[in-house]
Design a protein around this ligand. Structure first.
Ligand code: HEM
Length: 142
């Protein structure tokens, strides 16, 4: 199980600079997935319900770019919480700050002593990535 303390201890690497076209240096974002083990469809429904009532604090966090809750359909039965950030440092600031604490208040209260998890998720792990390319349809904003 990934504890909050373990998340906090993760090494801060900062952004890797990518060479861009036309002699520019492009600083790319990073992506962090929280990968949640959810025992069955009932627990999945509880998890989705909890996210429907989420605090909404993350969107005001400096460096936050995007968040999606992804329900598994094929290939896995784990839910993914996809988040995209300007830098590793911005993500770490969120995880260590009060917005993260408040955003996980309910889950933490339900699982005293284990950081959080709540009744819906029985396990979690964090996957981290650097965005190498980011392509959107011409009429999409982000
Ligand atoms: C220790 C593992 C974690 C578990 C089990 C977990 C589970 C949950 C749950 C159940 C909620 C809904 C709110 C609630 O019921 O309190 C929530 C909110 C959220 N979680 Fe986590 N979480 C964990 C760590 C993380 C991490 C590492 C990330 C980012 C990669 C993340 C991203 C989010 C986001 C963006 C929200 C919405 C918060 C807001 O609206 O401000 N979580 N999480």
């Amino acid at each position: 199980m990934v504890t909050i303390a373990a998340i906090r201890e993760r090494h801060v690497r900062g952004n890797r600079k990518q060479p861009g076209g036309m002699g520019h240096t492009v600083v790319m974002s990073i992506v962090k997935f929280n990968v949640l083990t959810v025992p069955d469809a009932d627990a999945g429904a509880v998890l989705e319900e909890r996210f429907a009532k989420r605090s909404g604090l993350v969107e005001n966090q400096p460096g936050f770019e995007e968040f999606q809750l992804l329900r598994p359909v094929e290939g896995t039965d784990r839910y993914l919480v996809y988040t995209r950030w300007r830098s590793e440092e911005d993500f770490q600031n969120w995880v260590q700050g009060s917005s993260f604490q408040q955003g996980h208040e309910q889950a933490r209260a339900d699982r005293p002593g284990q950081g959080h998890g709540g009744p819906a998720a029985t396990g979690s792990e964090v996957w981290g990535f650097e965005v190498v390319q980011h392509v959107t349809a011409p009429n999409e904003q982000q």
